[in-house]
Design a protein around this ligand. Structure first.
Ligand SMILES: [Zn+2]
Length: 120
């Protein structure tokens, strides 16, 4: 009874004395170390994410953005108040154009008086 292979040849490294599935084959560790598994890649990505210098900056940036939005809201409110107030002076554009052409301060004062006189 002689079914056992006594001197096998490895199809990976072509060396005699072991078979291709043997873990001690020099070709096996080379392949494994150079081809990272999905889990290994994921672990590397997570480590890189933790090391990312941009991550700690996220919080202060968000706070700054909230302040900007509040600022814009305040500006819109101010514009609305000014716009509503300007509606009370329908001749403001006409008078401002006349103010540019005014030759002296008295003329300018008279024009400004017209502004308030026309308001309801
Ligand atoms: Zn081998």
């Amino acid at each position: 009874m002689k079914t056992k292979i006594e001197n096998p040849t490895c199809i990976n490294c072509n060396e005699k004395g072991h078979i291709a599935s043997w873990r001690g084959c020099p070709k096996i560790p080379t392949i494994n170390s150079r081809t990272p598994t999905y889990a290994q890649k994921l672990r590397t990505n997570l480590t890189n994410l933790k090391k990312n210098p941009n991550t700690p900056e996220l919080k202060p940036k968000l706070q700054a953005k909230t302040e900007d939005l509040a600022d814009i809201e305040r500006h819109f409110k101010a514009l609305k108040i000014i716009s509503d107030t300007l509606k009370r002076f329908p001749n403001i554009i006409e008078i401002s154009e006349k103010l540019l052409l005014a030759k002296n301060d008295l003329e300018k004062i008279n024009l400004l008086l017209q502004l308030t006189n026309n308001s309801p």
